[in-house]
Design a protein around this ligand. Sequence first.
Ligand SMILES: *Cc1c(COP(=O)(O)O)cnc(C)c1O
Length: 233
Amino acid sequence: MTRISDSLQAVNNRIKTASIAAGRDPAAVSLLAVSKTFGPESVLEAVRAGQHDFGENYVQEALDKIDALKKLAPGVVLRWHFIGPIQSNKTKSIAEHFDWVHSVDREKVALRLSDQRPDHLPPLNICLQVNISGEASKSGVLSEEVTPLALSIAKLPKLRLRGLMAVPAPTDDPQAQRAAFAAVAVLYANLQNAGLPVDTLSMGMSADMEAAIAQGATIVRIGSAIFGYRHYP
Ligand SMILES: *Cc1c(COP(=O)(O)O)cnc(C)c1O
């Protein structure tokens, strides 16, 4: 079995190689380790190997893990990113315990996160999730709604709009992968042209990070390539 530290190093090498191939500075692409379904010991192993940003999809699982890591790695500052679907009744826990939320896709959720962000914490970093494949069943904002929603969210006092996140429909075809990420990059450029100070394009997972980096990803969200296959309870 590969150790988590070895897998992390392999993923960091993939990021570096893909960045250089795309003519980009590898330091401009950061790694978000997606630890959903894996226990605190797995996160601790990644922390010991130098990883400090972790992504989680389920609120209660994440809160338990955040708490456990405070005890397992006291004094180590970790940044927790919420990347899963958001139910309105979970926004308070998210606002209180996370540093980033990548999956905001409606104004109501943004308003609640801003209202519920505690005053002693810095503004919550926000990415809007884009539904780039346009399927009605998938979460995310439709392309044409991205700029208007971004402009209104950017005004909320306890949020800091950082950019966009996307999970394109899975495909093995590298050309289709690149096309989907390129479409997200266009929406991102629209935000910059609208004068918003965005700096984050959260896209690319274990199977398609190279295509995402080629199209400008600044955060790749990697789970299985670091922690192994997930077993859902
Ligand atoms: C689970 C998940 C990931 C990680 O996916 P892998 O294919 O395991 O790398 C990334 N982003 C989101 C939104 C996820 O839900």
